[in-house]
Design a binder for this molecule. Structure first.
Ligand code: ZN
Length: 142
């Protein structure tokens, strides 16, 4: 398991969340041992696998987002749309969550396509090799 991209963070911003901001994965805790002491090695490995799935999803959409932002910048000259194009992963993620609020209520978060792909496959340590960059799309209507 590649760990050079995993950063540990114990500040107030990270009191509740683990987050992947490509290319980094930020885990809540002082260091690896601290996280393992808190949740155990089995949950730690599953958590890292979960975030690595998000990292690969983001990698695909970031490559696409750079291209999209360039096209938007050239064709519209709009700063806001260019920035949104660049960060298309988060645009889709948040839009999916907002739509899910109406569809699923308090289960909106777990039904975000990217979250579904990650949580349905984070017990499979080979999944990261098998998955395609855009395979989360299949989970939009699942
Ligand atoms: Zn997740």
């Amino acid at each position: 398991m590649k760990t050079k991209w995993i950063k540990y963070n114990n500040t107030i911003f990270m009191k509740k969340w683990n987050i992947t901001l490509f290319p980094f994965i930020f885990l809540r805790g002082k260091n690896k041992e601290d996280v393992i002491n808190r949740i155990g090695v089995k949950k730690y490995n599953r958590l890292v696998n979960h975030e690595m799935i998000h990292r690969k999803q983001q990698k695909g959409l970031f490559m696409f987002g750079v291209l999209l932002a360039a096209i938007i910048a050239i064709t519209t000259n709009s700063f806001i749309l260019t920035v949104l194009g660049h960060f298309i992963y988060y645009v889709i993620y948040i839009l999916n969550w907002v739509i899910n609020l109406f569809r699923y209520g308090n289960k909106a978060y777990v039904n975000i396509a990217m979250e579904k792909e990650a949580s349905m496959n984070n017990n499979d340590y080979e999944y990261i090799k098998k998955m395609k960059y855009f395979s989360w799309i299949r989970y939009l209507l699942k």
